[in-house]
Design a protein around this ligand. Structure first.
Ligand code: PEP
Length: 251
């Protein structure tokens, strides 16, 4: 059966010193709570990965927030999947709307990044979601289906089964406006139906689909109670250990 996952995305926040403190606090809270049945992930800037991996115990996985679309060589400023892997990290967040919008993260690039991640043994957390105008003009289902198909449907069923999906309506990211519980479930059920059509019932049933967008301790319970919402990708609320823990314990 599919995993329940709560993944934090620190984005471009925290110095190394601050990151070490925050990771330690999250680790202590998770250990103390004896969390079972939820995979906890912390997505940090590249420079934090090695240190954060040393701090967290085996109850927490660490994620990079991007990777290069080449394996190695003359690509100044880029970080490869093997470099990420060598820090002890197990996940990589790919296709976040901020990367799609500000860094020209196209589906073509994402196809390469997903492939390299899987080959290196990293689990991609693949993000997608519609902008407000697309929802208002009722194109959101088509947009989401297109982003998933363009980025992932070249994968075999076996490889697709190694990917975690994160539906993140762009209008809800960092805005304080969360999708309602009904909106989240409606979209997640649609995504699962799309996966059934492409890969069959078993693969679809085993795929974790996270919700992201202004998820907080106060709304996580209602969102996670939905049959097709398997956890969350958490931005702002993952920067405070107690808030992040409040979301982890919302299951
Ligand atoms: C995100 O950036 O993935 C995100 C969901 O951010 P926030 O929780 O701050 O809306």
């Amino acid at each position: 059966m599919r995993k329940k996952i709560v993944a934090g995305n620190w984005k471009m926040n925290n110095t190394i010193e601050e990151g070490i403190v925050l990771a330690g606090q999250i680790n202590d809270l998770v250990e103390k709570a004896g969390i079972n049945g939820v995979d906890v992930v912390i997505g940090t800037p590249f420079v934090h990965l090695t240190e954060v991996n040393k701090i967290v115990g085996d109850k927490i996985g660490v994620a990079a927030q991007n990777c290069a679309d080449e394996t190695s060589g003359a690509y100044t400023g880029e970080v490869s999947v093997s470099m990420i892997k060598s820090t002890g990290s197990k996940y990589v967040i790919l296709g976040h709307s901020e990367r799609r919008e500000y860094y020209n993260e196209t589906s073509e690039k994402l196809v390469k990044k997903v492939k390299l991640s899987l080959e290196s043994g990293l689990t991609p957390i693949f993000c997608f979601g519609e902008v407000l105008e697309e929802r208002q003009s009722e194109k959101h289902f088509d947009v989401v289906k297109g982003q998933i198909a363009d980025g992932l449907f070249n994968l075999s069923a076996e490889d697709f089964g190694k990917v975690v999906l994160a539906y993140e309506p762009v209008w809800a990211i960092g805005t304080g406006v969360t999708a309602s519980s009904d909106q989240a479930q409606e979209m997640h059920a649609f995504i699962r139906k799309t996966l059934i059509e492409k890969y069959g019932q078993e693969v679809a049933d085993n795929t974790s689909i996270l919700y992201g967008g202004s998820c907080k301790p106060s709304n996580a319970k209602e969102l996670f109670a939905n049959a097709d919402v398997d956890g969350g990708l958490i931005g702002g609320a993952s920067l405070q250990a107690e808030d992040f823990m409040g979301i982890i314990s919302a299951f």
